[in-house]
Design a protein around this ligand. Sequence first.
Ligand code: SF4
Length: 490
Amino acid sequence: MESKAFGELKPSGRLRMFNEETRLREEKKALEERRIKLLLDQHRADCKAQTGDPFWQEISKWEKVTQGDFLSHKWQVANAVYELQNIVKFLDSVLPPKVPGPRISTQPTTWISKRDFIDDVEKGMLQTTMAVKLTPYILSRINWKDPVADPIRVQFLPLRSAMSLDHPMVELDSLHERNDMPVPGLVHRYPDRVLFLATHICPLFCRFCTRAYAIGPRTEWFMRQAEAEAMKDNSATGSKRWAAMYDYIEKTPAVNDVVVSGGDAYMLASKQIKSIGESLLSIPHVKRIRFATKGLSVGPMRFLDPDDDWTNNLLGLNNLAREVGKEVYVHTHFNHPNEISWITQQAMRRLHRKGLRVRNQAVMLKDVNNSVPVMSDLIRKLSDIHIDPYYVYIPDMTPAIEDLRVPLHEFIAIEKAIIGSIGGFKMPKFVVDAPGGGGKRPAMSYESYDRTTGISTWTAPGAMPEGKKDKVFTYYDPLWLQRTPPQTNL
Ligand code: SF4
């Protein structure tokens, strides 16, 4: 049609139209260039600014803490809150006289006193396998006017009144990691990759940790369990152990991928992360290393702190890996959008600019992120700050977290509802880490699932050792489901 129109024009009209088209093209190009320049200027200004809402000053104890101090990794470490008396003192200083109690649908909100809430926490701490330790950053992300419902509080600070009877099949080492350790501290479950447990400490401790058998100090719960006395097997880390772990990897050419975890790689000293990274990259058949850290979600300032070499060393390893044709990644752990702040954004801007890839492994937890809106929001917000949503796990069957577990059908329903609404490459895989060591299985790939009994079965043809190929692994929905009518949070 266009050429016909051209054909009907006189030569002078054709020239005018040509000139007009050229002018419009040039204007469009100039507009695009102006826009790109504006974006670049804006981005550079944002990166430089490093300022934002001083949200920590909402907490009276830290109302005079400057941004400089709050962003210092040293300050965060020095002001972490742990041990019962300090937690009680902190709660006493931060809570209003009354807070909303547990929500029961259709009933009006009841209020509980500050004292009742603190008593509930004290009793909860006697029942948990994981010690309570909290960073100032994460304490500042909790809404202390409504702590019972706060999704961050739920993950780290137990309330006795919310906890329920353990499922009889829970185990401290529910994934049987210790059965798959050819040398202490190194889990070899999949043919080509190993888990290098470099430390047994974390910046804070999650109630639902899969490695409850090893991570953090022993709790009251352990003291009461005669058979667990020998557990909290956290002697399996430290530089002497690392030598045997390197040796095993060196002698196992099938291993090309190493996850450095623990505990949390964030807790390694700067020189330790450098030395572990260099030792592993120097092994010819190791092609990639993943450093597992919750640090980005609970202490992102370490990724910005100019007085701390940890991040520089991590970035140095990434550069070295690229030079020699290998890969370094960070695997992190965000469960709720409220964990993301302007500090996280600044930290991720730095890593993204320097070319370090970050992936997220979330856990779906009841009353934290077991809904389509919250999980979708988390996935989108992570994507926007250049974190690739990689996995969402159903909680492992460890003790004292029954109140946090979600049933498989709910887990799958949420995955189904989100698939398609988000680009496939940003859609995390929803997985069940098969109890007993079957490894990660896509949630929809169960062999059988009885919604009434809550029992699902799984096979793991790719897991190691060979003997597991014919084994059937079983996952159990939480017991609270049997006592309450099925309901959905979708
Ligand atoms: S950060 Fe990871 S290893 Fe540490 S307590 Fe939490 S889940 Fe466990």
